[in-house]
Design a binder for this molecule. Sequence first.
Ligand SMILES: Nc1ncnc2c1ncn2[C@@H]1O[C@H](COP(=O)(O)OP(=O)(O)OP(=O)(O)O)[C@@H](O)[C@H]1O
Length: 255
Amino acid sequence: MLLKVDQLGFQYDSQPVFQDVSFTLNEGELCAILGINGSGKSTLFKCIMGFLHAKSGSISFEGKEKNLYKISEIAKKIAYVPQDHPITFPYLVREMVLMGRTVHISNYFKISDDHYLKAEEALQALSLEGLADKPFNQLSGGQRQMVLIARALAQQTTLMLLDEPTSSLDFKNQLLIWHILLQLKKEGKSVLVCTHDPNHVLWFCDRVLILDNKRLIADGPPKEVMTEQVLQQIYGPMCTLETIAEKKMVLPRKN
Ligand SMILES: Nc1ncnc2c1ncn2[C@@H]1O[C@H](COP(=O)(O)OP(=O)(O)OP(=O)(O)O)[C@@H](O)[C@H]1O
């Protein structure tokens, strides 16, 4: 087992965000987290990353309490793609992606060719070569999102956490990102991804965790746990679940 989250609870000030959240993640799983705005998905990621400290429960990674790892050890194992990353310094895109290699670099005065190669491969995987010499702070929102994903890919970790990685992307790039995530899964890596698109979860993920009303209300294969009843519980009566060309789809309900 790669990641174990056990009875986790978190609150900002006196307001609980979630309680008793428990799940495990194994190697080679592509798992989504669904939940409405403000349901606590980003907060859960920040707790897993250690940016926020849970008020109760525990998180372990590869069988060891996560707090016992050094930050540099965790960075070799877990990559994180935030929703946005405001950067004012004009780092070039290729420098931003190379930063994904930071944790693997032993001598900053003599960065080996291998690190530049890994960063270049990540740029290529996301078709970002044309932007490589542009300052990150002059990119569009979608371009920035692609660069952050490339940086995480260059980090070459066992687990990747992505917080709404396709929210600003055009349809082609959305499909490219899902293709890359499926590829990571094939390589035995694990991916935990927050998304607001239930159809992406149905089409691409093995598993979904659903956060609602401060609790995890579902954990399982999307086609099994994303029932019409569960979808209406989280999204309300305006959506419906249909099967079209043997694929389940969440659609707007006809009046
Ligand atoms: N720094 C903070 N201080 C106080 N409350 C916060 C803070 N950050 C988030 N919250 C609150 O915690 C709750 C969960 O926020 P979070 O960002 O985790 O939700 P989310 O599911 O990721 O939402 P979204 O889908 O809109 O990105 C929200 O009610 C939010 O207002």
